[in-house]
Design a protein around this ligand. Structure first.
Ligand code: GDP
Length: 430
């Protein structure tokens, strides 16, 4: 059975924790899109880890972890991360890299930086990990698949061919030093030797695993709002963040995905530029940021302070719909225990009209939040194991949101650890 864990909103919803938790019962965990530009934070018996490239199943010996063909593979980052995990006494993980996965080249990272510099104030707030130049090249058909590292003749010819245009851009557009093909080839040889033990036909491996009834977990990065088609374009990422893309980015049939767990945080946070309707500012935002997540809402990869906001029913309903949520995992609820009252965004006012349907970006820019205020529960809910034991106002908050979004909240996360989870029956479950 194939399951997906994906984000409803802007990312940082706590997908890492939910994946780590669900990995207990999984045989295979796969990353199917994105690159080292975002990260999950996982807290477990080995310590606290920020994973950017490794699948979240690496802490479990029984799991095969796969970097799928849809991923932007940064080889040195992957190797460093693998080294860190092993250094912190985690047993050496089982890892496979798709032979069709493409490689983030050194010039992708350079172009990302140079382009942000060139755009100045009009930049996209990129994490400068090379992701946008990487996916541009993939679709321009000048990317490098991992398997190509093992064909010397092909590799040499392609490096020389691709560098012709790259060097013109470097020289003429960015006024930066050109890249020497021989040097790049040497780097690629080093990278080839690093990945060699892990490269495999992972689609074929998965086909066999599906036939053997193995439990397979697709692990998403970021969330619906960052999807290049359905998100807040152009302030999006460059690969699809939707569960549907899991089939493509892993190389399996779409109908194999039976469960889609959409992770949705009990308040909002976002990184980078772009419209964020329920955003809050000043002391109110500072307090939520400081108390948020596990040790504050700061980027796992960049350390940047996240933008903060109240829960947004309009964005979350849309986020769940595009993901195809069979289950909503409602996370980081414990953090809200300090509030007397909790505003919830239930609609957007655009040009004097209120809507509950998420609009296209140019209308979203004009949207003003319509709030309903719910009473807080003023207590620490960490450690509670049963839904009925949650304070009444806390249950009301969950049930109000479930009704607004129309998707079943079947898991409530009340702490960063794997065991901080409350399962719940929902009338909306199909
Ligand atoms: P991801 O990219 O979606 O995995 O999100 P992050 O790695 O940014 O995770 C959000 C943060 O919240 C991490 O520091 C987690 O350890 C933490 N976290 C996850 N679930 C909970 C929860 O239920 N309560 C609290 N307090 N923290 C949580």
């Amino acid at each position: 059975m194939v399951k997906a864990v994906v984000g409803a909103n802007w990312g940082d919803e706590g997908k890492g924790k939910i994946t780590d938790m669900m990995a207990d019962q999984a045989d295979v965990v796969i990353r199917f899109q994105g690159g080292a530009n975002a990260g999950h934070t996982i807290v477990n018996e080995y310590g606290k880890f920020a994973l950017h490239t490794l699948p979240s199943g690496v802490f479990h010996q029984h799991i095969t972890n796969i970097i799928g063909n849809g991923v932007a593979l940064n080889i040195p980052v992957l190797m460093k991360e693998l080294g860190n995990v092993i250094e912190q006494k985690v047993p050496t993980p089982n890892l496979l890299i798709s032979d069709r996965c493409q490689i983030v080249m050194p010039y992708h990272i350079l172009f990302d930086q140079y382009e942000e510099e060139r755009l100045g104030g009009k930049s996209f707030g990129s994490t400068k990990s090379g992701i946008a130049p990487f996916y541009s090249d993939k679709y321009a058909k000048i990317g490098f698949q991992v398997n190509e590292l093992f064909d010397e003749e092909l590799l040499k010819e392609k490096v020389e061919r691709v560098l012709v245009t790259k060097n013109i851009l470097l020289k003429e557009l960015y006024h930066k030093p050109e890249i020497d093909p021989a040097e790049l080839l040497e780097t690629l040889h080093e990278w080839r030797d690093m990945v060699k033990p892990y490269v495999a036909d992972t689609s074929l491996f998965l086909d066999k695993a599906i036939k053997e009834n193995k439990t397979i977990l697709l692990e998403g990065q970021l969330g619906t709002m960052k999807d290049p088609d359905h998100g807040i374009y152009p302030m999006v990422t460059s690969s699809s963040t939707l569960a549907a893309y899991g089939a493509i980015g892993a190389g399996i049939a779409p109908y194999e995905i039976k469960q889609i767990v959409v992770v949705n945080k009990a308040y909002s946070s976002a990184v980078g530029a772009g419209a964020f309707t329920s955003e809050i500012f000043g002391d109110e935002a500072d307090e939520l940021r400081r108390r948020g997540g596990d040790g504050g809402e700061y980027g796992a990869t960049t350390g940047r302070p996240r933008r903060m906001g109240w829960y947004d029913c309009v964005a979350s309903k849309y986020g769940c719909r595009l993901q195809g949520a069979t289950d909503v995992a409602f996370t980081v609820l414990d953090v809200l225990g300090y509030l007397d009252e909790i505003p919830v965004c239930v609609g957007y006012e655009i040009d004097g009209k209120v809507t509950k349907d998420f609009p296209v970006t140019h209308l979203l820019e004009k949207a003003k939040p319509v709030y309903e205020t719910l009473p807080g529960w003023k207590s620490d809910i960490r450690g509670i194991k049963k839904y009925e034991d949650l304070p009444e106002n806390c249950r009301k908050y969950i049930e109000f949101i479930e009704k607004e979004i129309g998707y079943p909240i079947t898991m409530v996360s009340n702490g960063p650890a794997r065991e901080d989870i409350i399962y719940r029956e929902s009338a909306l479950s199909k």
